[in-house]
Design a protein around this ligand. Structure first.
Ligand code: ZN
Length: 143
């Protein structure tokens, strides 16, 4: 069954299958150099800066930046991917990245449409329901 992809403003607003957020990467002004320990621990991953997040309820306390990410946001925020509630109704969260910025993993092509995105190639969840389909002009179309 085709499911319309509906963009919502924040992750917490994702309630219905097919709803999604556009993941954004914002320029940061609180970046610091890596410590010698961090450089050693993450050697070979291409990290050049670290950003400490303000304390909150999240378990995520900061972000390592790659040079490619720094260059990507040089002129402002960039969309980096889509996070969505699985269109099959299983309740799982899925996501695809438009660019891995030097990290391992797959990247999808995005047509730039923020409300009715088209992404290629097809999307397949690698666990759980293993939903497989396409996101075309803002509609999740199962294979
Ligand atoms: Zn599913």
């Amino acid at each position: 069954m085709n499911i319309t992809a509906v963009r919502v403003a924040s992750f917490n607003e994702i309630k219905e299958p097919g709803q999604f957020v556009l993941d954004m990467l914002y320029p940061a002004d609180n970046l610091r150099d890596l410590t010698p320990e961090e450089l050693e621990q993450h050697a070979g991953q291409g990290y050049v800066k670290y950003q400490e997040y303000p304390p909150d309820d999240s378990a995520i306390i900061g972000k390592f930046w790659t040079q490619a990410e720094l260059e990507a946001v040089a002129n402002g925020p960039v969309a980096t991917g889509i996070t969505f509630l699985c269109p099959c109704g299983c309740g799982a969260i899925g996501g695809i990245r438009f660019n891995q910025f030097g990290r391992p993993g797959s990247a999808w092509t995005w047509d730039g449409n923020k409300d009715k995105p088209t992404c290629t190639p097809s999307i397949q969840r690698t666990e759980g329901c293993r939903w497989h389909g396409h996101l075309i002009d803002g509609v999740f179309v199962p294979c």
